[in-house]
Design a protein. Structure first.
Length: 196
């Protein structure tokens, strides 16, 4: 069932043009600048988006750096997700701290940056979560590896204060996602200029 839904979402997303995705990213930038959750956050856990079927958070990543927030980006470490602090200055390109992987279009931090001790973070934290699909019940459908589900479950078990926001772009907010018991709900979903 999930496989069929993933295929349908990918097909729907393939119809959006790059400028439509960029416009959605620009709308998110204006929205997040005004969002108290963003304004109060010291730490932003984000991602380097796949070019065609993930929400384009590049502007938000750059905003975090411009505002002096700590930016963390994910890498796959063995069978789990880990995040690296990107020690980038606002006038630098954070992509200089990333390397291409063997997965089409996926970038992750260079190996020397890995290993963040989440329990030592100070201040409020946000995690912007990618996905193929989201629903109004704050469920998320990922790519099938379970990396974000395991990461979210782990930080919740450790009672770390990281608020999760699913980043739903055009065609990604759908009704009635198929879910399993290991699927982690998100705290919020962003879509088209509002938080659900």
């Amino acid at each position: 069932m999930k496989g069929e839904v993933r295929k349908a979402i990918k097909l729907a997303m393939s119809k959006y043009r790059a400028q439509d995705l960029a416009a959605d990213g620009q709308k998110a930038l204006a929205f997040f600048k005004q969002l108290p959750l963003w304004q109060d956050a010291c730490n932003i856990f984000s991602f380097a988006p796949l070019p065609r079927n993930e929400f384009q958070v590049d502007r938000l990543n750059r905003l975090a750096l411009t505002e002096g927030k700590n930016l963390f980006l994910p890498a796959i470490c063995q069978d789990s997700l880990c995040f690296a602090h990107i020690p980038c200055q606002p006038d630098e390109d954070y992509f200089d701290y990333l390397v291409a992987t063997d997965i089409d279009g996926l970038y992750q931090p260079v190996a020397k940056l890995l290993a963040v001790d989440y329990s030592k973070l100070s201040g409020p934290s946000l995690i912007l979560v990618p996905g193929l699909g989201f629903d109004r019940d704050k469920n998320r459908l990922g790519r099938g590896g379970g990396f974000y589900d395991r990461f979210l479950a782990d930080i919740r078990r450790k009672q770390l204060s990281i608020t999760s926001i699913g980043m739903a772009g055009p065609g990604q907010l759908i009704q009635g996602l198929p879910i399993d018991e290991h699927d982690e709900k998100l705290d919020y979903i962003y879509n088209n200029g509002c938080i659900l």
